[in-house]
Write a protein that binds this ligand. Structure first.
Ligand code: AMP
Length: 291
């Protein structure tokens, strides 16, 4: 028997959350699209430390996929996900269907402008619009004290923080570090699409980011040279086709000409049919972890 309760409607979530609240429990939400891996589970573990009750949403959100993207192929592995969440100590899974989230006549969209046009936004028009809209809906249903997101999706995290700030949403956004495979590849539900040779070459992304961090720790400050060196490493893996690699200010996401106190080096690439993203936060001494 699985110890985690599965809730399919807003009403069921509201009832469960109300009963937790009546007992004085604080609540964290971890939004996901399922096909869970250690990266997702690390967020559950952070959520457990921060609050008494943890609810994980699993919803493959059609609004954040472009017409030529992998919405229909996106892995759906609910039974395994439930097992993993049960073992990880989550208390509830919110598993809505599309009509629950977007009922007939749904007409609202949350758009964070300025942060969503660059980086991934350039290659995935409308993507962040879908992300912020669904997160606003999820926050409205669950009303968590805390929402936990991974720094793997660094632009998404920046965009969500801005939405929460601008709309005075009463939720604290907490982030968790990028969880990686032993060879450095950032974990992703999409990694399972990679063929053997693609999977092998995909490690170039993190190797490139690490080389950039090394350069910065050696005192390099010029963005072109930092990015150029990372690009050289990645380019030596011919199956990894870079879409963008940029050093940006982590708050404004605007390009940096020179390394400042903090710089986010973000990369996206297509590897065969699969799109991968990764990033590293840089400080004056090289790579840094930050909350
Ligand atoms: P997804 O299911 O891909 O929408 O991701 C759900 C959440 O898990 C997001 O906050 C992601 O940033 C986070 N996440 C995905 N992969 C990782 C990873 N490798 N390390 C840390 N967080 C991750």
């Amino acid at each position: 028997m699985s110890g985690v309760v599965v809730l399919k409607t807003a009403e069921a979530v509201e009832r469960t959350v109300a009963s937790w609240r009546s007992r004085g429990h604080s609540i964290s939400l971890v939004p996901t699209m399922g096909a869970l891996h250690e990266g997702h589970l690390s967020l559950v573990s952070i959520a457990r430390k921060r609050s008494k009750r943890v609810i994980v949403s699993i919803f493959v959100n059609p609004a954040q996929f472009g017409p030529d993207e992998d919405f229909s192929e996106y892995p759906r592995t609910f039974e395994e996900d439930r097992e993993k969440l049960s073992r990880a100590g989550a208390h509830a899974i919110f598993l809505p269907d599309e009509h629950m989230i977007y009922p007939m006549g749904f007409s609202t969209s949350v758009l964070v402008s300025g942060l969503t046009e660059s980086l991934c936004g350039r290659f995935r028009p409308g993507h962040f619009n879908g992300v912020t809209t669904v997160c606003a809906v999820l926050f409205g249903i669950v009303r968590p004290d805390i929402a936990v997101f991974g720094r793997k999706d660094a632009q998404q995290l920046t965009v969500i923080r801005r939405m929460v700030r601008d709309l005075h949403m009463r939720v604290q956004v907490v982030s968790g570090p990028v969880v990686r495979e032993p060879d450095g590849l950032a974990m992703s539900s999409r990694n399972r699409y990679l063929r053997t040779e693609e999977r092998r070459q995909s490690t170039a992304l993190y190797r490139g980011l690490c080389k950039a961090a090394e350069l910065v720790s050696d005192g390099e400050r010029n963005a072109d040279r930092i990015v150029g060196r990372a690009m050289e490493i990645i380019d030596s893996s011919p199956l990894v086709m870079v879409q963008y690699i940029e050093l940006v200010d982590p708050f404004s996401l605007k390009p940096l000409l020179r390394m400042k106190r903090k710089g986010l080096l973000a990369v996206a690439a297509s590897v065969g049919e699969t799109r991968l993203i990764d990033n590293i936060m840089l400080g004056p001494e090289g790579a840094i972890e930050e909350e």
